[in-house]
Design a protein around this ligand. Structure first.
Ligand code: PMP
Length: 418
């Protein structure tokens, strides 16, 4: 396994040290192969809003598995999950299930191109939308600069079709539309950008994207792979009260199993094969075991008070981390939305765009990460990943994390004050 991992974000390259191998997990805790237990603030990078191995989800998976692992035909559970998804995203009339967020976004972009007959797409610097060729692109700062590939192996001819703009910059979007409006198939954004830290956007900026795309006949794709079901039942789409053309979902949708989806109005979605000319398929799409985990998860999230609870826990951890930074006299801030937090190790206001993020934060983060790991707190091995809380976290666990963080920040090898 290159780098010892199946996905590069799991490696410890950026923070140093040897990554523990995980043996099992329950609730808010991970246990490694040597029996060490960690309070988990990664939650498998987003899906585990109920915590690890929730008994109801595990039971649904086991029960479903006994009736067959995959059919290669539509199953009743797909229909049930489709109904739940469409109920939570009322702008949409059709949903197509796939197995990963990458597939969902890649397919939504293909559909947008197929529907508009246009080729160019717009994404924002710092937003991650999976690893399909056209989306692994990060541009320089120029507003109409053509994308340059950030991964080897992406042909320039593909990268050129992806415009990358800074977040939080209305003018850059307006200027790009003024120049290329009639050629833009879609604007794609994480409405809660959480893949380069947490770059919370002004709602007016997101509304502006809606206006501009509508005016120019382009589609607006909200990538809610992280925010869907996380910040509210209906994700950021509900929070913002705007009507996108397509939404992509993943992570929580599969409750820890591989499931993702894209959804939209019938008029658009019916352009997909077998009804329309835009092709997209998958051997394991709508897999019954994944559907069962998703259904059980979404149903549990309907428990009254769920999102209030996540907000409460998030606010508590935010306060604890801010207190830790202040007491250790370390410059930083803790932007947060509900149960998603980012520990920013730089002075000044929390950044809203990638160019405002100080790369030196990574050097400050590495020793902190090590100190916290030693104290049994599992954070992502990157300064630019967010932390996720779950309903399995308790006040006591959150307070332990905050106390460990304060200690780690004050430790001799901790983060230098600046
Ligand atoms: N979109 C967003 C917003 C994501 O955060 C991710 C994964 N972190 C993806 C797409 C890709 O999803 P997957 O890893 O399931 O392919």
């Amino acid at each position: 396994m290159p780098g010892g991992v199946s996905s590069p974000v799991r490696a410890f390259r950026a923070v140093g040290g040897v990554p523990p191998v995980i043996a099992s997990a329950r609730g808010a805790e991970l246990r490694d192969a040597d029996g060490r237990v960690y309070i988990d603030l990664v939650g498998s990078f987003g899906p585990l809003i109920l915590g690890h191995a929730h008994p109801t989800v595990v039971e649904a998976v086991a029960r479903t598995a006994r009736d067959g692992l995959t059919f290669g035909a539509t199953c009743a559970l797909e229909v049930e999950l489709a109904e739940r998804v469409l109920q939570r995203f009322p702008f949409a009339e059709r949903v197509r299930f796939v197995s990963s967020g990458t597939e969902a976004v890649m397919s939504a972009v293909r559909l947008a191109r197929g529907a508009t007959g246009r080729s160019r797409i717009v994404k924002f610097e710092g937003c991650y939308h999976g690893h399909s060729d056209g989306l692994l692109v990060k541009a320089g700062s120029g507003l109409a600069t053509f994308g340059t590939p950030t991964s080897a192996g992406v042909p320039p001819a593909i990268a050129e079709l992806t415009h990358v703009l800074p977040l939080d910059d209305d003018q850059a979007v307006e200027a790009l539309f003024a120049r290329h409006g009639p050629e833009i198939a879609a604007v794609l954004i994480e409405p809660m950008p959480a893949n380069a830290g947490l770059l919370l956007q002004r709602p007016e900026f997101l509304r502006r994207l809606r206006e501009l795309t509508r005016r120019h006949g382009s589609l607006l794709i909200l990538d809610e792979v992280i925010s869907g079901f996380r910040v509210a039942r209906g994700g950021m789409t509900e929070v913002l009260g705007i009507e996108p053309d397509l939404v992509t979902l993943g992570k929580i949708l599969g409750g820890g199993m591989p499931a993702a989806a894209y959804l939209g109005r019938a008029e658009l979605m019916e352009r997909l094969a077998p009804n329309g000319p835009v092709y997209q398929a998958g051997t394991l799409s709508g897999n019954p075991v994944a559907m069962a985990a998703g259904i059980a998860t979404l149903d549990l999230l309907e428990t009254p008070g769920t999102y209030e609870r996540l907000e409460e826990l998030g606010a508590r951890l935010q306060r604890g981390l801010e207190r830790g930074l202040a007491r250790a006299k370390v410059a930083g801030s803790v932007p947060r939305m509900g149960s998603v937090l980012w520990l920013v190790l730089q002075s000044g206001p929390a950044p809203r765009a990638w160019h405002q993020v100080d790369p030196a934060g990574a050097e400050r983060y590495a020793p902190l990460f090590g100190e916290l790991l030693r104290r049994g707190v599992w954070l992502a091995p990157s300064a630019f990943e967010v932390a996720f809380l779950s309903l399995a976290h308790t006040e006591a666990l959150v307070d332990r994390v905050a106390a460990a963080c304060e200690e780690a920040l004050s430790a001799p090898h901790g983060v230098p004050a600046h």
